[in-house]
Design a protein around this ligand. Structure first.
Ligand SMILES: [Zn+2]
Ligand SMILES: [Zn+2]
Length: 278
């Protein structure tokens, strides 16, 4: 049984528990390793978005520019490292990054990555790009405000962006690759061409992705769904189990079900930080 999670959130972003509570719970579970990956969401035009009415209620999560988050991330890292020192567990501090493709974003992210001492980054995309340049984004839950043609284009851009994130090789793994299935026109039977292309890009770039039990909490299947997991396994993509825990009760949530997917498919190509990695 996998006894760690690298995809978790604390109250530094949208989690319900403090880093210390999450660490204590991981120790309680008998884990020797925990990764904390709070959201890193920076988009220059978020205040112009149709979805700003709901995002502005979450000032800890949504940011206009990287300069505004240097101090808070530096403090967060320092705080968590101090806490982690008191427990018998290896704690890695990372971030779940929304990968944006507008001009200038990548340079700012690379600069942030240079200055700020995080252990790892995962990519998790949560938004729809309303235009090709990603100058305008909206929340997936607001997709219904777009017509079907626009939704279709947004979904295609979403999968393309995941491809770009994989090709960038900046991320330890790519999270919840069919998160967008929340949109009704993106069921497990839709956008198969895009999903196939994504798996192919993962294979070509040695990208890693997760089997997230958050899907079981929110819907009736893992993120990604079992059809995609099968394809990932056929293409020998490295996989890691995640809980995307936002509270202590979600740490290790249903990991036994995810383990069963590995054993049922006789699949052993799993990803974890190697001991020499840190
Ligand atoms: Zn996410
Ligand atoms: Zn997450």
């Amino acid at each position: 049984m996998q006894k760690f999670s690298y995809h978790t959130h604390t109250n530094f972003s949208d989690g319900k528990n403090s880093a210390e509570e999450m660490i204590q719970q991981a120790v309680e579970l008998g884990w020797k390793e925990l990764g904390i990956s709070d959201h890193l969401i920076v988009h220059k035009n978020i205040a112009d978005s149709f979805s700003w009415y709901s995002w502005k209620k979450e000032p800890k999560i949504f940011h206009f520019d990287f300069n505004s988050i240097y101090d808070s991330f530096a403090r967060h890292i320092e705080d968590v490292r101090k806490i982690a020192d008191r427990y018998d567990i290896k704690v890695r501090i990372g971030a779940e990054v929304d990968f944006f493709t507008y001009s200038g974003w990548l340079d700012e992210f690379l600069k942030f990555k240079d200055v700020i001492d995080l252990d790892y980054y995962i990519s998790g995309n949560h938004f729809l790009f309303v235009d090709d340049e990603c100058n305008n984004i909206i929340d997936i839950k607001d997709a219904a405000h777009l017509d079907i043609k626009e939704q279709t284009n947004c979904i295609k851009r979403h999968f393309k962006t995941l491809e770009e994130a994989a090709k960038s090789k900046l991320f330890s793994f790519i999270a919840h690759i069919d998160y967008i299935r929340k949109i009704p026109i993106c069921s497990r039977f839709d956008f198969l061409e895009e999903k196939n292309a994504l798996v192919k890009v993962f294979a070509e770039n040695n990208a890693v992705t997760e089997i997230s039990t958050k899907g079981l909490r929110k819907a009736d299947d893992f993120y990604p769904n079992k059809d995609i997991i099968k394809q990932l396994m056929e293409n020998n993509i490295k996989l890691v189990i995640s809980d995307d825990a936002h509270r202590i009760a979600e740490l290790g949530y249903n990991f036994s079900d995810a383990e069963k997917v590995f054993t049922d498919n006789n699949y052993a190509n799993r990803w974890f930080f190697s001991s020499k990695n840190k």
